[in-house]
Design a protein around this ligand. Sequence first.
Ligand SMILES: *[C@@H]1O[C@H](CO)[C@@H](O)[C@H](O)[C@H]1NC(C)=O
Ligand SMILES: *[C@@H]1O[C@H](CO)[C@@H](O)[C@H](O)[C@H]1NC(C)=O
Length: 980
Amino acid sequence: MPSSTRLSVRWTAWLCLFISFLGLFSPAFAVKENDFKKCNQSGFCKRNRAYADTAVATGSSWQSPYNVVADSAHFKDGQFQATILKTINDQGETVRLPVTVSFLKNGAARVTVDEEKRQKKDIELRHNSKARKERYNEAEKWVIVGGTALDTEAKLTYEGKSQWTIKYGPSSNLEAVIEFSPFSLDFKRDGASQIKFNDRGLLNMEHWRPKVDKPAPEKKEGEEAKEGETPEEPKGEDESTWWDETFGGNTDSKPRGPESVALDISFVGYDHVYGIPSHTGPLSLKETRGGDGNYADPYRLYNLDVFEYILDSPMTLYGAIPFMQAHRKDSTVGVFWLNSAETWIDITKAKGHTNPLALGIGAKTNTQTHWISESGLLDVFVFLGPTPQDITKTYGELTGTTAMPQEFAIGYHQCRWNYISDDDVKDVDRKMDKFKIPYDVIWLDIEYTDGKKYFTWDPNMFKDPISMGKHLDERGRKLVTIIDPHIKNEEGYHVVSELKSKDLAVKNKDGEIFDGWCWPGSSHWLDAFNPTAISWWASLFKYDAFKGTMENTWIWNDMNEPSVFNGPETTMPKDNLHHGGWEHRDLHNLNGLTFHNATASAVVSRKKGEVRRPFVLTRSFFAGSQRLGAMWTGDNEASWGHLGGSLPMLLSQGISGFPFSGADVGGFFGDPDKDLQTRWYQAGAFYPFFRGHAHIDARRREPYLAGEPYTAIITAALRLRYSLLPAWYTAFYQAHRDGTPIIRPMFYTHPTEEGGFDVDDQLFVGGTGILVKPIVEQGKEETDIFIPDDEVYYDYFTYEVLPTHKGKRVTVSAPLDKIPVLMRGGHIFPRRDKPRRSSALMRWDDYTLVVALDRDGKSAEGELYADDGDSFEFEGGQYIHRKFVLAGGHTLTSVDAEGLEKGSVKEGDWMKEMRKVNVDRVIVVGAPKEWKDKKEVTVEGEDGTWTAEMDYNPAAKGRAAFAVVRKVGARIGGDFRIVF
Ligand SMILES: *[C@@H]1O[C@H](CO)[C@@H](O)[C@H](O)[C@H]1NC(C)=O
Ligand SMILES: *[C@@H]1O[C@H](CO)[C@@H](O)[C@H](O)[C@H]1NC(C)=O
């Protein structure tokens, strides 16, 4: 759903049209960009960039004014603590900044810097503000769920007068060199520098200071809110944005004055950095300080409702994960900047600036980053790898991993703003069946409500929601309804009366309930930071409170950045107040997560004794949101550019710990032509979250409306998704277990293959070896796929062996009815091949195992994970996790992937029922010639030995030989051996 009052957007559009008529600039560009701040319109960003410019201009005589007091330093039980003094003027006055460097058992390190005066609340707020005085120190409470045990084995190995060295890490090969004057840190692995803090001297913690009121100078034309300059301030600091700031007619009162935190972080010898979603643009992040092909603005993280967002831009979007990885051949390292305030990140690459002798042959690139947040603590985690898997695993220990989803949630979702009535929903459902198009969930956008009052139904259009719910349930299908955080301010609406009487809404700067404008008009916002608000919110979702919902109703959270139509940049004023007296400024980027959390908590407690996994989709998110549900990339557009742009965005989500992600298939705004719609379904079949959606002004576009051949092609893509659900579910389990992405970019799967480091238009599905490159250009009938290794690659559909070479591209043909999908040799993956209407109906279907033999024709490996797809019983061992290995070119075995003894888990209902579910077929692609005269194979199961028929198809015309074993009859959950 989009944001801005459509009126004002239309008005600006007309204005722009008019201006472009005058030949000045293009309308599309102007509308979006000018609604949102550039760094130089955001005071603290501008000040810190200026600070960086001064440092560069000063050159080698630049002195960072931050020094550790040597006497204050001590190291104990894996923690270094000291006081940093920041010199604030020529008279040598200082402020005290306590610093802690914690070394963690899992090999991560954490650096935290606070400001003593604010910590002790020894400051004065302006404007009689009731805000908290400390720097925000509760981001951790929402984000960090584990992995913080201290490495008590860490050792202080060098204790000089102004430099200490600490050795740490599981294999004691990591080192942190702490420099005292000025304060800086050098993180090393095996003796070599990887990550440096304050190497360029850009550390900046704007300390508290009283405002010295001077007669305000005349305001100059075009300058905003310039007042209270103190001419005695050294180094000519620009104070114009210290005390208040205005943007787009909204003034921020800034009761605590300037309080930004900034730090330069250099990745030594690394030329690629990834992560910090959500942005459009390439997976390998661009430089941001101008120049050819670079951005002129830093990457911004400030969750906003960005109306019709533009492509290839560092502009902020709906969600933020301040986690970055740096990568080079054979090494990956990373940082996680735990700060929920508005944040900007500058990236520059210094080529050949390092000493080649120190780094090996040839000059290397250092990637230099500059992190700038408006307020809060400086709190950074450092990961030293060395593999991408190490980084995502440790990050997952800290912030949590993807929750195991409801199994239906990885099927296809049919959405539109709006299905207008319960009859409309039933009609779409029947037509999907009529055309034999599988789907699991149908969605209702805001129009289902009675006048945008959540927890109500439009009494004319949705007369009988329970009958609609039951109708869907008969085919195992679900309903998702939207619930947003803005609560209509209308007399007699019970939700708003309770919100007010229980005092659970966000307040304005004066401590009164905040009133803003959103879909319903005048609204108040749930303060989901408040534990009492979370439990009250839960009460609204009980089946007998939210009447019309039932066990197959699930929830969609939109507009939770939060979107406020008449607020600054379409969100809340920064001086609004939340539970605990924190200013909105401090925790803005967590707002979406807390609302998502409140809803997920509500959905799991709808009925006493009902213990099921929640499904809640969110638009806004932060680090940690992966524990709560799925996200989508917001309001995209029905254009080829947006289709192509979705792939790097979702790959970036995956490596940043929040892989359950998708983009609206078909594009939200506008009408896709049929080729585009078809190609989008083909790509969407490989999104972890797969939902078709459309704007209220867009034409109807349910897949059956496309007409032939499109409907058939789209249906084939959907069936492909459904047949691979067991493989997808297994990938979700891996993500849940150790934070691995569900769709994986080349650098992640092949970290030593340099040619793949900037490839972001193709992906591997989990660990299946399935390599996909969706077609994202109009009229394109072939494509080049980058091949990252010298394994054999087969065409997924024809078993053709492709003429591949490591590090080169291979051309594959891809007419409209074909998705370029390859199978990498050496893998085994599970499928369920019987076409059904929904995933629920596939529950007890037999499996097919597809074996793609490696280039020697001898071996392959793979996994299957399955559970009841609904409850938490898997946590008590109620699941099947098999490992399949084909070895020696003749024997396929299935064993428990976790080495569990048979019978070690008492079987519950689901596991008992799964005893009847078998492997039905085994398809071996690249089958050895030696099998050619075989007609049967021996199967050794848990209950005996038998034979199964096999067809062997010899290689022909570039196609690999393949064998199909039918009616295998081995229990999927048990050990078996198939001897070919
Ligand atoms: C602000 O930055 C943008 C680049 O993001 C630049 O185009 C613009 O000229 C700058 N404005 C000022 C006043 O410096
Ligand atoms: C939501 O947050 C609360 C407070 O941090 C926590 O106790 C609860 O487990 C969270 N809910 C979910 C579903 O994670």
